[in-house]
Ligand binder design. Structure first.
Ligand code: NDP
Length: 461
């Protein structure tokens, strides 16, 4: 008789957990995967996927404007929020169903229940009671963080609720300057909502290249988003149903129908019982793991946002995959967290991979910068002054391209290709030797010849 009920018990059926569970089960292992909500996790249910649909929906307003420049008459265009939400939910349900089927086809058992850890080899749930497993994988992801002590915080929604608003508000105040805040600012603004974004820092998107940050804020403002920097909420006051006033520490205030907080996400480890097994957590509650995603407890691993390494879906998938390779296929595998590209689906969107100019200067000392800002050809007839930005950061000593940043249409699509070249350690000379595809925006990436000298740095930079 087997020593344990399962070879692997996965807690959380999101991107990382599902990949690990499916691969482990396909190896012939006896696997269970537990999910307290819907299978698919943040990405599919209340993150990347529905967000991208919302971005698509909202971009039409901009397309209609561009179309007019090309001679189209776009009359009577109206947006039906409830119809869109219903379609979106249908598609999300379909995708969640595919995840369930893939797990079942692989032979993994699905446990629709919240699970807690009892000891290094035992978990407990309402559906299964106490069961034992040789290995336990924590893949519970993250949750929106809220400043609980802030007066009136209960009136604010998070991205979770933004996906299910019963009606489209006329106005919204969004707090935060990260991925989620600026993506939703673009979405609501595109859908005609009077949108204000308020962020405590001097510019949006801390951690991104400074030119990118300044450019995005400028372009967002050009599209009508009000960007309030250097301040944050002091309180939220409810005036009536769907009427709130955001009071900021600067003394200013702003009335809106909805207040949304996007102030970061926290690892979802609360109440999971990890202390019963002696699993080490970091100060913010993230599960501490080594390069094989193993915790300090020999039988417990963790992947994805719950480990707070790089909180992106494809990273969670690769971590889950590497875990399964290592533990169930006899192929010790680690995931390399270097040069992970990411996209921000702001409007305009951002694609970014590698180092910002500031980080590259810090790391390499002397770097060469190639920078261009121009009006995308598509907008030639619109009369607007939208600009696209492309920037390459090159280590001067080796000529290696160590940073690539694009703000503009299709930036996220371009960056995937750039990431391949950069992961291969390619040099600027090799980018230059690559023949351009014309006429595209992307061709700028292989035709940037002149070094950009940032003001104040002179040639010594
Ligand atoms: P981020 O960490 O990206 O941004 C959080 C923002 O909230 C920052 O601007 C931060 O400011 C601000 N903030 C944090 N604490 C406070 C506070 N106490 N008071 C005021 N402001 C505060 O978090 P998000 O919630 O936007 O997204 C979470 C993560 O999800 C992202 O980091 C990303 O990894 C992932 N994600 C990825 C997406 C993609 O790939 N397209 C899309 C959405 C999410 P400061 O900079 O000053 O710290």
């Amino acid at each position: 008789m087997a020593k344990y009920d399962y070879d692997l018990f996965v807690i959380g059926a999101g991107s990382g957990g599902v990949r690990a569970a499916r691969l482990a089960a396909l190896s012939g292992a006896k696997v269970a995967v537990a999910e307290e909500h819907r299978v698919g996790g943040t990405c599919v249910i209340r993150g990347c996927v529905p967000k991208k649909f919302m971005v698509y929906a909202s971009e039409f307003a901009h397309h209609f404007k561009t179309a007019e420049g090309y001679g189209w008459t776009v009359e009577g265009a109206r947006f039906d929020w409830p119809a869109f939400i219903a379609e979106k939910d249908k598609e999300i349900a379909r995708l969640s169903g595919i995840y369930v089927r893939n797990l079942q086809n692989a032979g993994a058992e699905l446990v629709h229940s919240r699970v807690t850890v009892v000891d290094p080899h035992t978990v407990e749930s309402a559906e299964k009671g106490r069961v034992t497993a040789e290995r336990i994988l924590i893949a519970t992801g993250g949750r929106p963080w809220m400043p609980k002590e802030l007066t009136g915080v209960e009136h604010a929604i998070t991205s979770n609720e933004a996906f299910h608003l019963p009606t489209l508000p006329k106005s919204i105040v969004i707090a935060g300057g990260g991925y989620i805040a600026i993506e939703f600012a673009g979405i609501f603004n595109g859908l005609g909502v009077d949108t204000t974004i308020v962020h405590r820092g001097p510019n949006l998107l801390r951690g991104f290249d400074d030119d990118v940050r300044a450019h995005v804020a400028e372009e967002m403002e050009k599209r009508g988003i009000k960007v309030l920097l250097g301040t944050q909420h002091k309180s939220i006051e409810k005036l009536g149903e769907g009427r709130f006033v955001s009071h900021f520490i600067s003394g200013h205030h702003c009335e809106s129908e909805v207040v949304m907080f996007a102030l970061g996400r926290e690892p979802y480890t609360q109440g999971l019982g990890l202390e019963n097994a002696g699993v080490k957590l970091s100060e913010n509650g993230a599960v501490v793991v080594d390069e094989y995603s193993k915790t300090n407890v020999d039988s417990i691993w963790a992947v994805g946002d719950v480990t707070d390494r790089i909180n992106l879906t494809p990273v969670a998938i690769r971590e889950g995959h590497a875990f399964a390779d290592t533990e169930f296929y006899g192929r010790p595998t680690t995931f390399d967290h270097e040069m992970v590209a990411s996209a921000v689906f702001s409007q305009p969107p951002i694609g970014s991979v590698g180092l910002s100019e500031a980080d590259a200067r810090h790391k390499y000392g002397k770097v060469d910068i190639y920078l261009t800002r121009f009006r995308p050809m598509k907008y030639a007839f619109t009369g607007g002054d939208e600009r696209c930005l492309m920037k390459l950061v090159v280590d001067a000593a080796t000529d290696r391209v160590v940073g690539c940043h694009v703000v503009g249409p299709d930036g996220p699509e371009m960056i995937q290709m750039a990431a391949i070249a950069m992961k291969m350690g390619s040099t600027k000379a090799q980018w230059d030797a690559t023949c351009a595809v014309h006429p595209t925006l992307a061709e700028e990436l292989v035709t940037l010849r002149e070094k950009h000298v940032p003001p104040g740095l002179g040639q010594a930079a």
